[in-house]
Design a protein around this ligand. Sequence first.
Ligand code: IPM
Ligand code: MG
Length: 371
Amino acid sequence: MKLDIAVLSGDGIGPEVTAQAIKALEAVAHSFDHNFIFKEALVGAIAIDKTGNPLPNETLELCANTDAVLFGAIGDPKYDNNPSAPVRPEQGLLKLRKELGLYANIRPVKAYDTLIDKSPLKREIIEGTDISIYRELTGGIYFGKKELSDDGTVASDLCEYSQAEIERIAHLAFKAAQKRRKKLTLVDKANVLESSRLWRKVVTEIAKGYDDVTIDFLFVDNAAMQMILNPSQFDVILTENMFGDIISDEASVIGGSIGLLASASVGDTCCMFEPIHGSYPQATGKGIANPIAAILSAAMLLEHFDLINEANAIKAAVEKALELNLTTPDLNNNNPLTTEKVGDFITDYILNPEDSNLNFENIHVGQSTII
Ligand code: IPM
Ligand code: MG
């Protein structure tokens, strides 16, 4: 298969981790005889520095005309601490999601057996957790009308949803549940918010067309608690934009590191794949950022195009790296590898999965052998 892939590596650790995801995709292209063409473009703080715009038109045009977008991270502390900055890197990401119509953000959360003791949560609580979060991505409070009074003392952000916006992501979430454990939990705040009551009404109606899926409703405050009390109860979680942002960061502690969480953002015509961690500016250039979330995002890209064996090749390589503890300092304090070396190992494993496990550590670490 030929795929044109726009690469928006962005800020902070974005370029380092995205480089590893590209290496993994190149290894897949080599092993499975595909042709992936990567085209880079600017986004985020680096784009502001170079062009004054966090999402230059060229970038948007490239993304709209490629098969998929591979995204790194955006954000820079110089903007975080300046609430009156006229442009912000995040605007680039939000505009990209909106313009490309990426209304569904899918965030898988899994407790890997090999990492279970790395989580701050107890083994017996997180064992068996396997959740797929469907976060609405182009509506709600993120995109509602924003106002600041003339004297700068009163501010508001409108949370608005239409039935159509809820329906399109709900169908995707129900279809996903049908292929999984057939349970869907809608997370909302229907005891307080009108928009949440609309979510409940619309989702209840849609559920009638998926009678093999059990549906459950949770208020977001309770869901936040359940996520750390009993996360294995969840299968598919469906929720609006901001609740999904918060719940997915919370869920990331289950896996032991936010550096493991990948995501896919899909719409009717475009798709984008990004790690859920941010730009982690303190780590930039130090080789300590975990590339696995970016690499697993590349696996989600392959799955999106039905390249299932190819995606599994990446996942198997990641699992092997975790099993052998060939990981960055967030998961391995004593003998960590650099971002690049983890990427090298995963790349080599994709190319040579038949090599004996025993030799792997010696043979592969520190060498990228074939490509
Ligand atoms: C995420 C991030 C973004 C969001 C930021 C960077 C705008 O936190 O993708 O979860 O809030 O959606
Ligand atoms: Mg977030």
